[in-house]
Write a protein that binds this ligand. Structure first.
Ligand SMILES: NC(=O)c1ccc[n+]([C@@H]2O[C@H](COP(=O)([O-])OP(=O)(O)OC[C@H]3O[C@@H](n4cnc5c(N)ncnc54)[C@H](O)[C@@H]3O)[C@@H](O)[C@H]2O)c1
Length: 353
């Protein structure tokens, strides 16, 4: 049965909406599966530019007006972190399906409110953890789910930039974003790794966050530049953590917007007693017939995470299927992040309920 085109509204016409969300919704417009019904940005010029560039029906500068004046099947929230929770809850109340950018929220209290709102709502809620949709992620999940790693006991996850502090938007201001490298890029890697590990229940975290570069007058930020006012920078640019899960499973993590290393690097390893998966180089590592073995890939489906995520969300609505990133899983990631910040402040391990 064909579905009438879904009416999509995108809220927040900044970097991620222009580069990743609107082009992918536009592709679905071309396939007759959605209409771009509204865009909204507090800065009217930004909303108008997106309306014109992406052939959107109407531009709004007020979220409340947008909700009052139209009916939407999908509301895609691409504003800064502080607005994720209040906008999601309002959007769910209208009956719309809500895709909200990462991180889910500012803290676990907000994240819990969002989970509750989604439970009551007729629409679906998904946090935009696009790394679960990138090249290789689904295939590795199949390997893990088939039990090929055996008993998973530990994992490692990292994303370290040499110099890559976001200079636009509100990333550098705690009141708007809560934190820096951990909540911005760490959230991606934590979500990916914990999902691949089979979503074990976190029970405690210990961590330390550092602000070493972002507030310095002599900051060298490479090609990212320094368009923000360094005196406003009050978040971390490095985070390190150890997370404990039920059954003695652990995950160690390091995330940096800036660090004195040779070059940007990101990856993970998930270790089991039969085999491990690791990246880079992406592969399955083990031992067979008295030899150490590796299985790497000559070809994997070439998937762009944001594109696949938006297509997946659309398909879940069209066919009424559960979304890949469940709100309860995103709440757990939020709890872990909160525990790491708290642990850093207290210089002690923090329990996660
Ligand atoms: N998944 C990813 O790879 C990825 C990449 C970048 C950013 N993000 C996330 O996306 C979000 C936005 O990041 P960005 O880089 O696009 O930031 P941005 O600052 O470029 O865009 C945010 C936009 O929201 C608008 N806005 C602010 N208040 C508003 C309001 N009340 N109503 C409507 N619009 C409002 C701003 O004017 C701005 O245009 C952040 O939460 C960030 O973590 C995700």
């Amino acid at each position: 049965m064909t579905h009438p085109p879904l009416r999509v509204a995108v809220v927040g016409c900044g970097d991620v909406a222009r580069k990743h969300h609107l082009p992918n919704w536009k592709e679905l417009v071309g396939e007759g599966r959605v209409t771009l019904t509204a865009v909204c940005d507090a800065e009217p010029d930004r909303a108008a530019l997106c309306r014109d560039d992406f052939e959107v029906v109407k531009a709004f500068s007020s979220f409340d007006e947008m909700l009052a004046e139209g009916a939407y099947d999908v509301i895609d929230i691409c504003t800064q972190n502080r607005l994720h929770c209040p906008m999601t809850i309002e959007a769910l109340k209208t009956g719309a399906n809500v895709l909200v950018e990462k991180p889910m929220a500012m803290d676990s209290t907000e994240a819990r409110q969002m989970v509750k709102a989604a439970e009551k709502a007729s629409g679906k809620l998904m946090v935009a953890h696009h790394k679960r949709f990138e090249e290789g992620a689904e295939q590795l999940k199949t390997v893990v789910d088939a039990g090929e790693l055996g008993e998973i006991y530990t994992a490692k996850s990292f994303w370290l930039r040499r110099r890559g502090i976001p200079g636009w938007g509100r990333f550098h201001i705690a009141e708007e974003s809560l934190g820096g490298a951990l909540i911005d890029i760490g959230v991606h890697m934590l979500d990916l790794c914990i999902w691949l590990m089979g979503s074990p229940k976190p029970v405690a975290a210990s961590g330390k966050v550092y602000r070493m570069f972002g507030d310095r007058e002599d900051l060298v930020n490479g090609e990212w530049g320094v368009p923000y006012d360094v005196s406003e920078f009050d978040v971390e640019d490095y985070a390190t953590a150890l997370i404990r899960f039920e059954n003695g499973i652990t995950l160690s993590a390091d995330f940096a917007w800036a660090a004195n290393i040779p070059e940007e690097t990101w990856g993970f390893s998930i270790l089991g007693d039969k085999a491990g998966i690791a990246s880079p180089p992406l592969g399955i590592y083990g031992a067979e017939h008295g030899c150490l073995t590796r299985k790497t890939f000559d070809w994997i489906p070439d998937e762009e995470g944001h594109r696949e995520e938006i297509r997946h969300f659309t398909e879940c609505i069209e066919h009424d299927r559960p979304v890949r990133v469940q709100p309860a899983e995103s709440l757990r990631i939020q709890q872990i992040i909160e525990a790491i910040y708290e642990s850093s402040q207290k210089d002690a391990e923090v329990r996660i309920q």
